[in-house]
Design a protein around this ligand. Structure first.
Ligand code: PRX
Length: 654
């Protein structure tokens, strides 16, 4: 659809009511909002009854801002909730995962009974390696069932897992292992990407050179590639796990036992170890999954197309779905592994009923054309979700028409690593949705949009998104850095959680998320800080200074553009610009990850700075996005921006 046609169409059809057939049987009925708002803490306590507690909690919320405890005198085991209880209830033969490999035709089906055996064996193996309650275990794995089993085996023992996205570099892995002092690492020899092996173990070996406290490494054989082996430290999964007893009696842990650590980028170079505890996190991931995805465990096949290396994978592939006892598709590959219609073949083959993905992927699928989804029977789909970044109305409409055949509600869900679970979302049987709007706080959640002074803005106005009351799955802090937790989230607007996002209330009071307002970029739904990339660039011996911005990009939402000054100019160093730029891009990939590689690097003799020496990123963003320049009067040298604009025109893009 052309843009003008889309606009005209949107003008006519601004909102979409839920299909009557879905609304009538939806898990969330309209009374849910009043029930929750009458007493949110009490409502969350009833939601905690979704869990099997060894000691049911008598306490609900203890709130000493910014420190929350939820259900603190309750005890439970996370994996009993995810696995054992479904088997005990006679649902052992139910499929937990249809695992679909990157390579066409390869798949595995894992029932809840099999999952229980696998988790028990893995837990017994971890005990043999020395893992105990309270330890931290780093997991650096591709999207294979053992990744889920590894997470659950840690949780079963009360050890916190710290999953590091397998696309991160050895340096990034090392700093995360060190920061939370992980004594164990679970990994694989490699991953399979579009049919080809992509090694992982070498990055672990390199990382561990600077992690002397790591006692053992457990390695799944996925690719069969030759790997370096450190005797005494390295253990093959198939030799260590498979010989274990498949019985493991789960211990009970306090609700506030740390379940997981997930590193995410903040506004400084050092990622933050966001940690979550057990009872509150499980309560909210389970409740949101039940209501927002309108889960019918008997008939649904749900597919969260995310990687377990990010919070979406944790909350909506592992914990939320497994607590609900559903059947899922778990997919190892890329959207075009085995062909650009791969996703639609998976939906058709497994009769997927609920699909949850990121706008960036929707835009990619959109580019590949509507003939691909049209060529497959997607009639099993009844609900669609999106997460990770603002969704542009055109992508929303495309998703609705071409994937949802105009009769699937779309839930645009806003949340963060820190919030642990979904916070703002439509409810599929209730909300009349608007393309591009996340709409309303989930029941029991209080959010607001405030101005610079922290005052609530009126309808039709924009400002900063804040959360105004504690919620069960809120992060309990930043690992090892309580002061940074206070400074980052609780200092900007006293008494309120500052999310770092801009938002708008429309004339009806519905919420539209507008993206980050701090130095955090969102690249294909991956969160990266400008400072982190600048830090990596400045670490290169030739670089004097770097300024990084996230410029808007049609497919990836934002793309990284870096402005770099060199210690010696390229000519002085006798180097051509193009290879040097490529070297710098590779350098960033090595220090952080290939996902952090700048789309474009501009070598410039100078950067626009204020008289106090601050780099004016706002102006660089204007330049990169071809906008008229804002106020330049505070610059030491206003000609610098025009010079940079000229340099950008000369290229450097790939
Ligand atoms: O800017 C918001 C954006 O993603 C950020 C959180 O990133 P991360 O912690 O990596 O978690 C991503 C998956 C939950 C937020 O601060 N974001 C997430 N969902 C949306 C969104 N922006 C707009 N609309 C959304 N639905």
């Amino acid at each position: 659809m052309t843009e003008s046609k889309l606009e005209a169409w949107l003008e006519e059809t601004r909102s979409f009511a839920p299909p009557a057939s879905l609304a009538a049987h939806a898990n969330a009925q309209p009374s849910i909002y009043d029930e929750a708002s009458a007493d949110p803490v009490a409502w969350w306590r009833t939601q905690a009854d979704r869990l099997t507690w060894d000691t049911p909690p008598t306490k609900s919320l203890e709130w000493d801002l910014p420190n929350a405890k939820w259900f603190s005198d309750g005890t439970l085991n996370a994996t009993v909730n995810c696995v054992d209880r479904h088997v005990e209830a006679g649902r052992g033969d139910k499929v937990a995962f249809h695992w679909v490999a990157d390579v066409d035709g390869e798949s595995r089906t894992i029932t809840y009974r099999q999952l229980l055996s696998m988790v028990s064996q893995a837990a017994n193996a971890l005990i043999e390696l020395g893992v105990k309650s309270g330890d931290r275990v780093a997991i650096y794995m591709p999207m294979i069932p053992e990744a889920v089993v590894a997470m659950l085996a840690c949780a079963r023992l009360g050890a916190a897992h710290s999953v590091v996205f397998a696309g991160f570099s050895a340096d990034a892995l090392a700093s995360r292992i060190q920061d939370s002092d992980c004594a164990y690492v679970i990994t694989a020899d490699g991953a399979i990407r579009r049919g080809a092996p992509s090694p992982l173990k070498p990055a672990v070996d390199e990382a561990l050179q600077s992690c002397p406290n790591v006692k053992a490494v457990l390695v799944v054989r996925r690719t069969g590639a030759d790997v370096n082996w450190v005797e005494g430290r390295d253990h093959w999964w198939h030799e260590t796990v498979d010989r274990q007893s498949d019985v493991h009696v789960a211990e009970s842990f306090p609700a506030e036992q740390t379940l997981l650590i997930m590193y995410t980028s903040g506004t400084t170079a050092k990622p933050k170890g966001i940690f979550h505890t057990t009872g509150g996190y499980l309560t909210q991931t389970a409740a949101t999954y039940h209501y927002i995805f309108d889960v019918k465990p008997e008939t649904d096949v749900l597919w969260t197309a995310a990687d377990i290396g990010w919070i979406t994978g944790h909350s909506y592939i592992v914990y939320g779905p497994l607590v609900n006892g559903v059947t899922q598709v778990m997919y190892e590959g890329l959207p075009d592994s085995g062909g650009r219609d791969r996703w639609w073949r998976i939906v058709e083959q497994y009769k997927v009923s609920v699909l949850y993905t990121a706008p960036t992927t929707i835009r990619t699928l959109m580019k590949w054309g509507e003939d691909l989804p049209a060529g497959h029977d997607l009639g099993s789909l009844r609900l669609l979700g999106t997460v990770g970044e603002p969704i542009n109305p055109e992508a929303w409409i495309w998703y609705r028409k071409n994937v949802g055949r105009d009769n699937c509600p779309i839930v645009d869900t806003w949340w963060q690593t820190e919030t642990g679970a979904i916070m703002i979302t439509p409810l599929p049987g209730i909300t009349v949705t608007k393309p591009g709007a996340a709409m309303k706080a989930f029941p029991g959640i209080s959010v607001d949009v405030v101005d610079n002074d922290g005052n609530s803005v009126g309808n039709g106005e924009g400002g900063y998104l804040v959360v105004t009351a504690p919620w069960p799955s809120m992060t309990r802090g930043i690992w090892g850095d309580p002061q940074r937790f206070v400074d980052t989230y609780w200092a900007r607007f006293p008494g309120k959680y500052f999310a770092g996002d801009g938002a708008k209330k429309d004339d009806d009071g519905d919420l539209w998320l507008l993206g980050r307002i701090d130095d955090v970029m969102n690249i294909s739904g991956h969160r990266l800080s400008t400072t982190e990339v600048e830090h990596a660039l400045v670490g290169h011996p030739m670089v004097a200074e770097a300024a990084v911005i996230g410029a808007s990009d049609e497919t990836t939402g934002q793309a990284i553009v870096a402005f770099v000054t060199l210690k010696l100019s390229a000519e002085q160093a006798n180097q051509d610009q193009a290879p040097l730029i490529e070297e710098l891009r590779q350098h960033v990939a090595k220090v952080i990850s290939p996902i952090a590689k700048p789309r474009q690097i501009i070598l410039t003799p100078d950067l626009p700075k204020t008289r106090s020496g601050k780099i004016m990123r706002r102006l660089l963003r204007d330049v990169a996005e071809n906008r008229t320049l804002g106020d330049v009067t505070t610059l030491t040298d206003p000609t610098v921006v025009n010079m940079i604009a000229g340099l950008m025109g000369e290229g450097g893009e790939d």
